[in-house]
Design a protein around this ligand. Structure first.
Ligand SMILES: [Zn+2]
Length: 142
């Protein structure tokens, strides 16, 4: 057992939404903070809270796409093309395809129609990608 604690991560640098959607960034920050601190217990809790919020889930997927896009100068096919092998979940790919096509509104509405299981699968992949990117940037295991 560990004492109650919190993980913080500032997601403002990823606040890229030109539509100014109302999005709960706190829960995204908790997910990313726990991931960066290597705390799976809090990470799981934060992820379960995140997926009850469709907009926050969509934003996390968007953040992952931006993070990976910055790294590779574009989103690699194995993250959105179902015919290319790789660990990315089918639900993440479905959302990333919309992102690649610039259909961000549709990405947000698609998450609204997803079940919690589908959102969890998409969010798991988005977390893996984003944490990997942030660790490479020297932000992990502070
Ligand atoms: Zn923790």
């Amino acid at each position: 057992m560990t004492a109650p604690h919190r993980h913080r991560f500032d997601v403002l640098e990823f606040d890229i939404d030109p539509e100014r959607r109302h999005i709960d960034h706190t829960v995204i920050a908790e997910c990313l903070g726990a991931g960066l601190d290597g705390c799976p217990v809090c990470g799981q809790q934060a992820l379960e809270a995140l997926i009850t919020n469709a907009a926050a889930t969509a934003r996390l997927v968007e953040i992952a796409c931006v993070a990976i896009g910055e790294m590779f100068g574009g989103i690699p096919a194995y993250l959105y093309d179902d015919n290319v092998g790789g660990p990315a979940s089918a639900t993440f790919r479905r959302l990333a395809r919309l992102g690649v096509d610039g259909k961000i509104d549709q990405m947000f509405s698609t998450v609204e129609d997803m079940t919690l299981d589908e959102r969890r699968q998409a969010a798991d992949t988005a977390m893996d990608i984003t944490i990997g990117r942030l660790v490479l940037a020297g932000l992990g295991m502070r």
